[in-house]
Design a protein around this ligand. Structure first.
Ligand code: AMP
Length: 117
C-alpha cells in the first residue's frame, strides 16, 4: 500500500492488490474495475489510485486527476459498450455514497431510466 493510502479504505486495498477486483482498465494514476453489485449491463467503478474522499475534494486537490478519471471512464464505456454512458459520483451518505474514496460509476449497455429517489 502506498503512503497515499488511507487506513481501512476498501478501494485503497483494491488499488494495492490486497482485495481482489475485476479490473478492466488502468492508467498510471487511475484504475477501473467492475462493481460487485452491478446496476446496469456495464457497471464499472473508476477510481483514482490516490485516496481522496469525494469528487469535490479531488477536484480541489488535483483537477488533472479528476480529468484522468473522466477520460478512463470514457475509454471503458467505448471499449465495453457503445460509448454512451451515465457517470455518477455519489457525495455523502444521503446521496448514496458508501465507500469514501472517490469513484465514478460508469453505467452503460442499456437505455437508462431516471429514478434516483
Ligand atoms: P457508492 O455507494 O457510490 O459509494 O458506491 C460504492 C460501490 O462499490 C457500490 O456500488 C458497491 O456495489 C461497490 N462495491 C463494494 N464493494 C466492492 C468490491 N469489493 N468490489 C467492487 N465493487 C464494490
Amino acid at each position: 500500500m502506498t503512503s497515499d493510502a488511507a487506513a481501512d479504505c476498501l478501494f485503497c486495498k483494491i488499488v494495492a492488490g490486497q482485495v481482489p477486483a475485476d479490473v478492466v482498465a488502468s492508467s498510471e494514476r487511475v484504475i477501473a474495475f467492475r462493481d460487485i453489485s452491478p446496476k446496469a449491463p456495464v457497471h464499472v467503478l473508476v477510481v483514482p489510485k490516490q485516496h481522496h474522499g469525494d469528487v469535490a475534494v479531488l477536484a480541489a486537490a488535483d483537477p488533472a486527476l479528476l480529468a484522468e478519471v473522466v477520460a478512463l471512464a470514457d475509454e471503458v464505456a467505448t471499449e465495453h459498450s457503445d460509448g454512451q454512458y451515465r457517470l455518477i459520483f455519489n457525495s455523502g451518505p444521503r446521496a448514496g455514497q458508501s465507500v469514501f474514496h472517490v469513484h465514478a460509476h460508469v453505467l452503460s449497455g442499456a437505455r437508462l431510466g431516471w429514478t434516483p429517489a
